[in-house]
Design a protein around this ligand. Structure first.
Ligand code: GLN
Length: 446
């Protein structure tokens, strides 16, 4: 597949032919990465996750409950894409309401990993990652609440970037956990990631958490020769598989050889990351998902009275979504609010403070993205096992930081391994500069 940078030089006619070819290849691929081939506009085609509104397209968040729902307006990121020569093409599969780490909770069935179709693509932006890595999309948009861009990028061997909270408008993104959600790019390489990042970022008065900090083109200022101080969090690495530890060690060497300074740190609160995230995220999800009552949106299941209509409609949610609604209601209920929700908010501050402390000395932090390579389809039997696989990504959302996942090695089974570079809030330039330097040093594609 041509890169995004190359696609920007193509004529409208060439792009039109490319879309026909992409649809054909996607159908033949057997990856189940696309759930639809809608097209809007004649710009460079960007695949869009099924939770981002594109006017007049179905948008279902991978759920049965939103079957039949058509978006009445464009998300701000779609307007931004349009104004910069891009256009929305195709719907990417995802975990239902972005809840999951494997894209197995989708109403449309699992998206497969292009490196091994018996393995998952990761989640929740599994379709976005599998399509880019599998050569059937030029680039795509995903959303990342606790790792959903970076982790599938790592499992599939492409580049996934989560911007600083507030940098990309959430207007038109179906909310999962509003204080954590960010839209971001999945691409074939770091340069393309910077191009797409520049295209979607803006200040948006329609999103009250959107930042009005000045925007400078990251792509035009990319500098892979900049020397950075990169922190290695030693207690992170012990939790990762042998293959990932090996990849991590060789990446540290490559960064040193490229002239960066490595410093060693430890973080004391990482053991609370998963509990804190799953309290905050489910509490917010419970509130956000209350709107799907069969009255205002989508797929109404009639009952003999109003309460029965609610119940019948909400029974369309899948098991994982129901589990989170129950958990979210529990942690918010009187009697448990202080013990769980309030405590989690306090711990969230401690987690952020710990990152900030490291950032007093470092420009970036290098971390694994996931504790293993992409697991086999159907291998998580206990939801807690799946939650644990988020251990390296969720703290970054709790702290609102920018981070990029890029492929650095392959495991002994030939599966891609991604690592992430985490940056200070609103210092995306350092994140991209470091990532480009690392991409060149590693030369993964060769
Ligand atoms: N796996 C995490 C969850 O299920 C993260 C998902 C996401 O980032 N959307 O909550």
């Amino acid at each position: 597949m041509i890169t995004l940078k190359e696609a920007l030089t193509k004529s409208k006619e060439e792009l039109k032919e490319l879309k026909i070819e992409m649809e054909k290849r996607a159908k033949e691929s057997g990856l189940n990465a696309y759930i639809d081939f809608s097209s809007s506009g004649d710009g460079v085609p960007i695949l869009i996750k099924d939770n981002i509104q594109v006017k007049d397209w179905a948008v279902t968040s991978g759920s049965e409950i939103l079957q039949g729902y058509v978006a009445p307006y464009n998300a701000t990121v779609i307007e931004n894409l349009k104004s910069k020569g891009f256009s929305a093409f195709g719907r990417a599969n995802m975990d239902e309401f972005a809840m999951g780490s494997t894209t197995e909770t989708s109403f449309y069935g699992v998206t497969k990993n292009p490196y091994d179709k018996t393995r998952v693509s990761g989640g929740s932006s599994g379709g976005s990652a599998s399509a880019v890595a599998g050569g059937i999309a030029i680039a795509s948009l995903g959303s990342d609440t606790g790792g959903s861009i970076r982790q599938p990028a790592s499992y599939c061997g492409c580049v996934g970037m989560k911007p600083t909270y507030g940098r990309v408008s959430r207007f038109g993104l179906a909310s999962y956990a509003s204080s954590l959600d960010q839209i971001g790019p999945l691409t074939q390489n770091v340069e393309d990631s910077a191009i797409l990042y520049d295209a979607i970022t803006s200040f948006d008065p329609k999103d009250s958490t959107s930042s009005n900090l000045e925007l400078i083109s990251i792509y035009q200022n990319l500098n892979p020769n900049r020397k950075l101080t990169i922190a290695v969090v030693d207690n992170y690495i012990a939790e990762a598989s042998k293959d990932i530890q090996k990849a991590y060690a060789s990446t540290v060497e490559a960064l040193k050889d490229a002239g960066h300074t490595i410093i060693h740190k430890n973080m004391a609160n990482t053991k609370y990351d998963i509990a804190t995230y799953y309290i905050v995220a489910t509490a917010e999800a419970t509130t956000n998902l209350a709107r799907y009552d069969g009255i205002r949106y989508g797929n109404r299941q009639k009952g003999s009275n109003l309460a029965q209509t609610y119940t019948n409609t909400r029974d369309l949610f899948g098991d994982e979504v129901k589990r989170r609604i129950l958990l979210g209601n529990f942690v918010l209920s009187s009697g448990y609010y202080d013990a769980y929700y309030l405590k989690a908010q306090k711990v969230r501050h401690l987690i952020r403070d710990e990152f900030n402390k490291i950032f007093e000395e470092a420009d970036l932090i290098l971390s694994p993205v996931a504790p293993s390579v992409a697991p086999k389809i159907g291998s998580f039997h206990d939801p807690l096992e799946m939650y644990k696989s988020d251990m390296f990504t969720i703290a970054i959302n709790l702290a609102g930081l920018p981070a990029i996942s890029l492929p650095v090695a392959k495991s002994s089974e030939g599966m891609p391994i991604g690592l992430q570079l985490i940056g200070k809030v609103f210092n995306e330039q350092a994140v991209f500069d470091g990532a480009l330097s690392l991409e060149r040093a590693i030369n993964y594609k060769k």
